[in-house]
Design a protein around this ligand. Sequence first.
Ligand SMILES: [Zn+2]
Length: 201
Amino acid sequence: MKAIKIKKPVRSYTGEKWITNTTNKKYLAKDFENRCGYCDDWDRYSGGYNAYHVEHFAPKERFNHLRHTYDNLLYSCPYCNISKSDKWVGTTADECIVGNEGFIDPCTDDYYEHFTRDDFGNIRYQTPLGKYIYFELKFYLKRHSIIYNLDQLRMRRIALKAKINEKTQRGENVNHLKKISDMLSVVLCDYYELFLMDDEC
Ligand SMILES: [Zn+2]
């Protein structure tokens, strides 16, 4: 089992530094490495930076004073952001969990205790609270595993290309590596088509 996210995001500052979320978003994109804080989908597969949202962990509809507080903001894909909407189980902004329901900030270690990623790239919940979040944020959508696999293939192809270049420069035979690279390219195209064609993603 793998972690739900490649890397835990770290917010580069705290408190209220900028009073527009247009500015906050620029910093969030960098801190979250252009990946959704919740599902880890890379923004390039979903319309890019402009299509991604500034998500308010404690909803701005209920906690307006945290509207521009960086600690309360996340870079989020539209699917997770719209699914979460203004849902909040607590009565205060600090009360993010009640019993087995609520949400966890993905910038905390705790988030990673509740989810894993299986060998097919699907997000899996590990706890009752994880199950609540899984269904509330619709982690079951096929797009999350397709995007994960697309991205894994892309990164492996880049690494393989670098290896081929390195070996070619040393005058070594790279025929077998080129065959693997060609196979990866075919699978990458298949996944991309799947992503474009599946209306239920
Ligand atoms: Zn997401």
